[in-house]
Design a protein around this ligand. Sequence first.
Ligand code: SF4
Length: 476
Amino acid sequence: MSKRILRLNETKELYKDVDFISAIKEINDDYYKEKGIKKKALIFTYGCQMNEHNSENMISLLESMNYEMTEDQNEAQLIIFNTCSIRESAENKVIGLLGHMKTLKESKDDLTIAVAGCMMQRDDPRNIILTKYHHVDIIFGTNNIPKLPELIYTQKETGKRVLDIIENYDLVDDIPEYNRLYSHKGFVNIIHGCNNFCTYCIVPYTRGREISRKPEDIVKEITELANNGYKEVTLLGQNVNSYGKNLDRPCSFSELLELINAIPGLERIRFMTPHPKDISDELLEQYGKLDKLSKHLHLPVQSGSDEILKRMNRHYTKEKYISKIEKVKEVYPDIVLSTDIIVGFPGETEEYFEETLDLVKKCKFDFAYTFLYSKRSGTKAAYYEDQIPHDVKLERFNRLLDVLYDIGNEKNTKLIGTEVEVLVDEISKTDDTKVSGRTDGFKLVNFVGTSDLIGKIVKVKITDANTFSLEGELID
Ligand code: SF4
């Protein structure tokens, strides 16, 4: 394998008349005729729901080229790592796994290895792969997914390593058709990138600035989903409620929700992730007006200390955040609330941490995603000098979990005896006599049932409660 990296634009003229999807499909069909088995592809996905959705798009493209998806790396002819940059540990894990891939690559002459996603948008990890991991054949960024067929084709035709990294967000929606992971709930990107530069976060450096999709394109995509029997959509973006600011004809996030709420056949609308600084009263009032809007608000607070919030560059205060939560509770008292919290951010004193505990008790979150702060090189906070010792972070983290679990248990216990509507997602991961799904408020419910319930909204009576899930009985 040549060490020289080929960029896609170098072969643009040469392959200008090639229909890449058909060409790869033909190659894969020949493989099937010769070997009697289909070529298989495997994607390792890391990170957030945006990445999950990007992998979903890649699967769609791969299946259109007659790849069969597998979970076994030993039988795959194509392995793609869809990477995440949010934590240094996530990057190190991928680098480690890629090292192990060298042995697999050497043992199979028909294996292609590709690395995609946020890590490849960053110079440092990309350069490590380029210079040290010569067994990686294809490298592409978050905005180059529609080019996947061309990348595979070019790598096969030239035998060279191929690279494509661009900053053009318009291309993200150019995928010919979606073949989604679920047939009852779908993810829909509404805004790409982020303008916020929180001091702990690498995303604005990897996903670029905010660009909103046109409302008509979003409504068209969701209408097609609803026409195909989809009941639920989750609107995705790094900062969804900043939606619409860069459009020629501005449309607020709240207005977009109204348009989506009017789509016939659709039953539930979720979104993630909103930013507290951009959450308007108009949006919070929609919880009392839009019947399809899921009665769950995930609003990342990160810290309850004004000083720490300032150092994080979050642009709101504890008081302001709590006022948003109080407002939404006024509009819809039973709303399910969740958040993200970082423990041990540089400069976090015991007093500042107690502000976080106080906020958690006041807001009464049903659940939270909690993180120990870890340095992320390339971000401002990594250079703050007053880093917190690991044992202090851990002790605070455990105290926070105790408070969160008590509140979560208390809120879930109150649901025992109530009837809820559950959109059934899958056979339960822990008991195959049961199915599991989500309430409108995103609570996980397990109950005895069979696979024919998957994709249906059914009534369930809650019989027991745990910290993170509920048990129930199907009501006929
Ligand atoms: S809002 Fe902050 S945490 Fe979220 S993606 Fe943007 S910079 Fe990162």
